[in-house]
Design a protein. Structure first.
Length: 86
């Protein structure tokens, strides 16, 4: 009788960690996109092609959404969850 309860607890614990991962990565993505809109940092490609460098606050578009990096924020959000889980 205790084995089904233990299995249920394991699944419940896995679901909690999965939710924590989705919340952390999703939350960091939302914050990163808001910061990209707020900062408007030009991409290096724009510097090399047009000679433009710097920030254009409250701008939207591919050319001005370089910082913060989406990949870096995702890794930064996932790393503590994985460290706590394991």
């Amino acid at each position: 009788m205790t084995e089904p309860i233990a299995a249920l607890r394991r699944w419940h614990n896995l679901a909690r960690w999965a939710f924590a991962m989705v919340a952390a990565v999703g939350g960091s993505g939302i914050v990163a996109n808001l910061l990209k809109l707020l900062l408007g940092k030009a991409r290096p490609k724009v510097l090399f092609e047009d000679g433009r460098f710097g920030f254009t606050p409250f701008s939207y578009g591919y050319e001005v959404n370089s910082m913060p990096s989406g990949h870096a924020t995702t890794c930064g959000a996932a790393a503590p969850i994985l460290a706590l889980a394991f």
